[in-house]
Design a protein around this ligand. Structure first.
Ligand SMILES: C[S@@+](CC[C@H](N)C(=O)[O-])C[C@H]1O[C@@H](n2cnc3c(N)ncnc32)[C@H](O)[C@@H]1O
Length: 360
């Protein structure tokens, strides 16, 4: 199975993608919600494990010219392409290495270690080796982001994959055609899953849902492995929330992108932004962001406070902010928040939003 996957990567090019949840600036922003004041991104050492053709890391390197970016991937073809792209773009602050994480011995430690879309696509030996590497090579206040497929949501996806494969075999058609055929007879829930698969596109599906390996884990199992690697779990780099296996089962979570720091790092207070507190803040009965902040929320851009300081909110909180157009009462918003951001302690959070002057 692992061999089939390695061959797939040598033969085909995984679509070039960049990942907002693995942007060091976003990671550093979300880490503040968990009381970690990470090193400045500007001069950070950033490692991406399983960097593919380097699309994400090259984007990071071009944003942060004084940061040192290092990419690692086992695929010769991908690393050759990544090096070529770096040369063409004239980027001097990024280097790419061909090889497995099991044998990788770079110099020093890293302030950010990113492993996006790797954990569920490698053998258990590589999973353990990767987490062990991260535990040993993360700097004192460094942050690692490791994403993985979650078994709670993946279970029902695999049932859909089995049915679609049966249609493929019977009709001798490709995956996309078989998906479209299956959709005509699928239940509502199956139809939602099919839509999500179709939206990913053929190339991603070939390595993902229909790939030779998509090993889904539970959060609990992941956290046990992290603990064994001397890593401390902070929370999700997309939602800024934590959650647990029971919540994942309820929400049928399919994917997590989790942040870890060293187990010996002492956490400070979360979101300490005291100098921005407005003593005259007031939580309105019908919270309303001004039109620019509403645009920022709806476009998932950082919201800027009256002192022109940006604030990165996790995606689930952005959804609540997007609903603050003055048409919903506090009670309505609290209900909505429970629906889209169940982990959020709504009233204290709203007070914080008011303190930052977002309603002025
Ligand atoms: C699903 S792709 C993800 C690529 C990219 N990180 C992304 O999310 O777009 C997984 C990548 O992990 C790489 N990989 C697999 N096993 C590896 C190993 N042992 N060490 C380093 N990279 C590995 C593959 O070659 C492939 O490029």
């Amino acid at each position: 199975m692992q061999r089939a996957f390695a061959e797939l990567y040598q033969a085909e090019v995984y679509p070039p993608m960049s990942h907002p949840s693995a942007d060091p600036a976003v990671i550093a922003g979300v880490a503040r919600f968990f009381g970690v004041g990470v090193s400045k991104v500007e001069r950070a050492r950033i490692l991406e494990i399983g960097c593919g053709t380097g699309h994400h890391l090259l984007s990071v390197a071009s944003c942060w010219p004084s940061a040192e970016c290092v990419g690692l991937d086992v695929s010769r073809k991908y690393i050759a392409r990544a090096k070529n792209l770096a040369r063409q773009a004239g980027l001097k602050n990024v280097s790419f290495n061909e090889g497995s994480i099991l044998e990788f011995e770079p110099e020093g430690e890293f302030d950010f270690i990113i492993a996006h879309g790797v954990f569920s696509w490698v053998s258990n030996e590589v999973k353990v080796g990767m987490m062990d590497f991260i535990g040993k090579r993360l700097s004192k206040d460094g942050i690692a982001v490791v994403s993985f497929n979650v078994v709670a949501g993946w279970r029902e996806r695999m049932l859909v994959v089995e049915k679609v494969r049966a249609i493929q075999e019977a009709g001798g058609v490709d995956e996309m055609t078989a998906l479209a055929v299956f959709k005509t007879v699928a239940s509502d829930r199956e139809s939602e899953i099919v839509d999500d698969m179709l939206a990913k596109g053929e190339e991603v599906l070939a390595c993902d849902d229909f790939g030779p390996m998509t090993d889904a884990w539970s959060l609990g199992a992941m956290l046990k492995l992290a603990e064994l690697s001397d890593l401390r779990w902070l929370g999700d780099s997309v939602t800024g929330a934590r959650g647990d296996d029971a919540a994942d089962e309820k929400c049928k979570t399919t994917f997590r992108s989790e942040m870890f720091c060293r187990s010996d790092l002492l956490l400070g207070e979360s979101m300490p932004i005291p100098e921005q507190v407005d003593e005259n803040f007031k939580v309105p009965n019908f919270p309303k962001l001004n039109s620019w902040r509403l645009v920022c929320a709806r476009e998932c851009l950082p919201l800027v406070d009256p002192k022109l300081k940006s604030c990165v909110f996790p995606f689930s909180q952005i959804k609540v902010l997007s609903a603050m157009d003055g048409s919903r009462s506090l009670m309505d918003l609290a209900d909505y928040s429970r629906e889209v951001s169940p982990e959020l302690d709504f009233l204290p959070w709203l007070k914080y939003v008011a303190e930052r002057g977002f309603f002025s």
